[in-house]
Write a protein that binds this ligand. Sequence first.
Ligand code: SF4
Length: 204
Amino acid sequence: MAGQKALAAKLAKVAEEAKGCTRCSLYRNATQTVFGEGPVGAKLMLVGEQPGDQEDIAGHPFVGPAGKLLDRALADAGIDRTQVYVTNAVKHFKNEPRGKKRLHKKPNRYEVEVCKVWLAQEVSLVKPALVLAMGVTAAEALAGRHVTLARERGKELDFGESQPGMVTVHPSSILRVPDRTARHEAYAELVKDLKSALKVLQAA
Ligand code: SF4
Protein backbone atom coordinates (compact mmCIF):
# COMPACT_ATOMS: atom_id res chain seq x y z
CA MET A 1 0.00 0.00 0.00
CA ALA A 2 2.89 2.34 0.88
CA GLY A 3 4.38 1.52 -2.54
CA GLN A 4 1.13 2.50 -4.23
CA LYS A 5 1.02 5.78 -2.34
CA ALA A 6 4.52 6.61 -3.58
CA LEU A 7 3.54 5.70 -7.15
CA ALA A 8 0.39 7.83 -6.90
CA ALA A 9 2.47 10.77 -5.65
CA LYS A 10 4.90 10.31 -8.57
CA LEU A 11 2.03 10.13 -11.04
CA ALA A 12 0.51 13.33 -9.62
CA LYS A 13 3.91 15.00 -10.09
CA VAL A 14 4.09 13.83 -13.71
CA ALA A 15 0.53 15.13 -14.32
CA GLU A 16 1.60 18.48 -12.88
CA GLU A 17 4.65 18.59 -15.19
CA ALA A 18 2.48 17.73 -18.20
CA LYS A 19 0.38 20.83 -17.56
CA GLY A 20 3.25 22.96 -18.81
CA CYS A 21 4.22 20.77 -21.77
CA THR A 22 5.20 22.56 -24.96
CA ARG A 23 6.97 19.67 -26.70
CA CYS A 24 4.77 20.09 -29.77
CA SER A 25 2.56 22.91 -31.00
CA LEU A 26 -0.78 21.39 -29.94
CA TYR A 27 -0.81 23.22 -26.59
CA ARG A 28 -1.21 26.54 -28.43
CA ASN A 29 -4.66 25.79 -29.76
CA ALA A 30 -6.06 23.90 -26.77
CA THR A 31 -7.44 24.97 -23.40
CA GLN A 32 -5.34 22.68 -21.23
CA THR A 33 -3.46 19.41 -20.94
CA VAL A 34 -5.86 16.54 -20.33
CA PHE A 35 -3.94 13.93 -18.36
CA GLY A 36 -5.14 10.42 -17.54
CA GLU A 37 -7.27 9.63 -14.51
CA GLY A 38 -7.87 6.58 -12.38
CA PRO A 39 -6.27 4.63 -9.59
CA VAL A 40 -2.60 3.65 -9.53
CA GLY A 41 -2.55 -0.15 -9.59
CA ALA A 42 -5.64 -0.28 -11.83
CA LYS A 43 -5.67 -3.67 -13.52
CA LEU A 44 -7.00 -2.18 -16.75
CA MET A 45 -5.79 0.93 -18.58
CA LEU A 46 -7.80 2.34 -21.49
CA VAL A 47 -6.00 4.57 -23.98
CA GLY A 48 -7.79 6.70 -26.56
CA GLU A 49 -6.41 9.03 -29.22
CA GLN A 50 -6.70 12.53 -27.76
CA PRO A 51 -9.15 14.65 -25.73
CA GLY A 52 -12.18 15.97 -27.58
CA ASP A 53 -13.87 19.34 -27.38
CA GLN A 54 -15.64 18.70 -24.06
CA GLU A 55 -12.62 17.01 -22.48
CA ASP A 56 -10.47 19.99 -23.47
CA ILE A 57 -12.83 22.36 -21.66
CA ALA A 58 -13.41 20.13 -18.62
CA GLY A 59 -9.79 19.00 -18.29
CA HIS A 60 -10.82 15.35 -17.82
CA PRO A 61 -10.58 12.42 -20.24
CA PHE A 62 -13.66 10.76 -21.76
CA VAL A 63 -16.36 13.03 -20.33
CA GLY A 64 -17.97 13.94 -23.69
CA PRO A 65 -20.29 11.86 -25.91
CA ALA A 66 -17.63 9.20 -26.59
CA GLY A 67 -16.95 8.99 -22.86
CA LYS A 68 -20.65 8.47 -22.13
CA LEU A 69 -20.78 5.66 -24.67
CA LEU A 70 -17.65 4.18 -23.11
CA ASP A 71 -19.24 4.34 -19.63
CA ARG A 72 -22.26 2.43 -20.93
CA ALA A 73 -20.08 -0.16 -22.69
CA LEU A 74 -17.97 -0.68 -19.56
CA ALA A 75 -21.11 -1.15 -17.46
CA ASP A 76 -22.52 -3.60 -20.02
CA ALA A 77 -19.25 -5.54 -19.93
CA GLY A 78 -19.35 -5.67 -16.12
CA ILE A 79 -16.36 -3.36 -15.62
CA ASP A 80 -16.39 -0.62 -12.96
CA ARG A 81 -14.98 2.56 -14.56
CA THR A 82 -13.80 3.88 -11.20
CA GLN A 83 -11.36 0.93 -11.11
CA VAL A 84 -9.98 1.68 -14.59
CA TYR A 85 -7.24 4.15 -15.53
CA VAL A 86 -8.37 6.13 -18.58
CA THR A 87 -6.08 8.25 -20.71
CA ASN A 88 -5.13 9.30 -24.25
CA ALA A 89 -2.05 8.89 -26.43
CA VAL A 90 -1.98 12.66 -27.03
CA LYS A 91 -2.78 15.02 -24.17
CA HIS A 92 -3.91 18.15 -26.03
CA PHE A 93 -6.98 18.55 -28.25
CA LYS A 94 -5.91 18.97 -31.87
CA ASN A 95 -8.61 20.91 -33.64
CA GLU A 96 -9.46 23.22 -36.46
CA PRO A 97 -11.81 26.16 -35.78
CA ARG A 98 -14.84 26.06 -38.10
CA GLY A 99 -17.25 28.88 -37.28
CA LYS A 100 -18.24 28.46 -33.64
CA LYS A 101 -17.18 24.81 -33.67
CA ARG A 102 -13.78 23.24 -33.22
CA LEU A 103 -13.38 20.20 -35.43
CA HIS A 104 -11.29 17.25 -34.33
CA LYS A 105 -8.05 16.78 -36.28
CA LYS A 106 -6.06 13.58 -36.15
CA PRO A 107 -2.66 14.05 -34.48
CA ASN A 108 0.28 13.39 -36.78
CA ARG A 109 3.05 10.88 -36.20
CA TYR A 110 5.41 13.48 -34.74
CA GLU A 111 2.82 14.71 -32.22
CA VAL A 112 2.02 11.15 -31.12
CA GLU A 113 5.72 10.36 -30.85
CA VAL A 114 6.70 13.34 -28.69
CA CYS A 115 3.65 12.95 -26.45
CA LYS A 116 4.60 9.34 -25.69
CA VAL A 117 6.82 10.61 -22.90
CA TRP A 118 3.66 11.11 -20.78
CA LEU A 119 1.89 7.88 -21.76
CA ALA A 120 5.02 5.84 -21.06
CA GLN A 121 5.20 7.27 -17.54
CA GLU A 122 1.51 6.58 -16.94
CA VAL A 123 1.99 2.93 -17.95
CA SER A 124 5.10 2.51 -15.84
CA LEU A 125 3.55 4.10 -12.72
CA VAL A 126 0.00 2.68 -12.94
CA LYS A 127 1.42 -0.77 -13.83
CA PRO A 128 -1.78 -2.15 -15.39
CA ALA A 129 -2.08 -5.88 -16.01
CA LEU A 130 -3.60 -5.04 -19.40
CA VAL A 131 -3.67 -1.95 -21.62
CA LEU A 132 -6.59 -1.73 -24.04
CA ALA A 133 -5.88 0.68 -26.89
CA MET A 134 -9.00 2.26 -28.32
CA GLY A 135 -8.27 3.02 -31.95
CA VAL A 136 -5.22 2.68 -34.16
CA THR A 137 -3.49 5.89 -33.00
CA ALA A 138 -3.33 4.64 -29.42
CA ALA A 139 -2.40 1.10 -30.47
CA GLU A 140 0.46 2.29 -32.67
CA ALA A 141 1.75 4.65 -29.97
CA LEU A 142 1.81 1.76 -27.51
CA ALA A 143 3.08 -0.98 -29.82
CA GLY A 144 5.60 1.23 -31.59
CA ARG A 145 4.65 -0.27 -34.96
CA HIS A 146 1.92 -0.29 -37.56
CA VAL A 147 -1.28 -1.91 -36.25
CA THR A 148 -4.10 -3.29 -38.42
CA LEU A 149 -7.32 -3.16 -36.44
CA ALA A 150 -9.18 -5.71 -38.58
CA ARG A 151 -6.42 -8.30 -38.09
CA GLU A 152 -5.35 -7.60 -34.50
CA ARG A 153 -8.57 -6.62 -32.76
CA GLY A 154 -9.39 -8.83 -29.78
CA LYS A 155 -5.99 -10.57 -29.80
CA GLU A 156 -3.39 -10.33 -27.05
CA LEU A 157 -0.61 -7.98 -28.15
CA ASP A 158 2.79 -6.91 -26.82
CA PHE A 159 2.95 -3.20 -26.06
CA GLY A 160 6.68 -3.27 -25.30
CA GLU A 161 8.63 -4.18 -22.18
CA SER A 162 6.33 -7.19 -21.82
CA GLN A 163 3.28 -4.99 -21.31
CA PRO A 164 0.23 -7.06 -22.32
CA GLY A 165 -2.16 -5.17 -24.55
CA MET A 166 -5.21 -5.45 -26.77
CA VAL A 167 -6.83 -3.19 -29.33
CA THR A 168 -10.43 -2.25 -30.01
CA VAL A 169 -12.17 0.64 -31.76
CA HIS A 170 -12.36 4.18 -30.40
CA PRO A 171 -15.88 4.81 -29.00
CA SER A 172 -16.21 7.96 -31.14
CA SER A 173 -16.05 5.77 -34.28
CA ILE A 174 -19.28 4.10 -33.12
CA LEU A 175 -21.00 7.47 -32.76
CA ARG A 176 -20.11 8.23 -36.38
CA VAL A 177 -21.78 5.09 -37.80
CA PRO A 178 -24.79 6.55 -39.65
CA ASP A 179 -26.97 3.44 -39.81
CA ARG A 180 -28.74 2.57 -36.55
CA THR A 181 -28.47 -1.21 -36.88
CA ALA A 182 -24.80 -1.02 -37.84
CA ARG A 183 -24.22 1.31 -34.90
CA HIS A 184 -25.79 -1.20 -32.50
CA GLU A 185 -23.62 -3.94 -33.96
CA ALA A 186 -20.48 -1.82 -33.60
CA TYR A 187 -21.43 -1.09 -29.99
CA ALA A 188 -21.96 -4.81 -29.30
CA GLU A 189 -18.49 -5.51 -30.73
CA LEU A 190 -16.96 -2.94 -28.36
CA VAL A 191 -18.70 -4.57 -25.38
CA LYS A 192 -17.43 -7.95 -26.60
CA ASP A 193 -13.85 -6.61 -26.70
CA LEU A 194 -14.21 -5.19 -23.19
CA LYS A 195 -15.48 -8.59 -21.99
CA SER A 196 -12.47 -10.25 -23.66
CA ALA A 197 -10.18 -7.82 -21.82
CA LEU A 198 -11.92 -8.71 -18.56
CA LYS A 199 -11.41 -12.42 -19.26
CA VAL A 200 -7.69 -11.84 -19.83
CA LEU A 201 -7.51 -9.97 -16.51
CA GLN A 202 -9.39 -12.69 -14.66
CA ALA A 203 -7.06 -15.34 -16.07
CA ALA A 204 -3.90 -13.36 -15.16
S1 SF4 B 1 0.19 17.19 -27.23
FE1 SF4 B 1 1.54 16.16 -25.78
S2 SF4 B 1 3.61 16.64 -26.47
FE2 SF4 B 1 2.24 18.08 -27.48
S3 SF4 B 1 2.24 19.85 -26.10
FE3 SF4 B 1 0.52 18.57 -25.51
S4 SF4 B 1 1.28 17.27 -23.87
FE4 SF4 B 1 3.05 18.15 -24.92
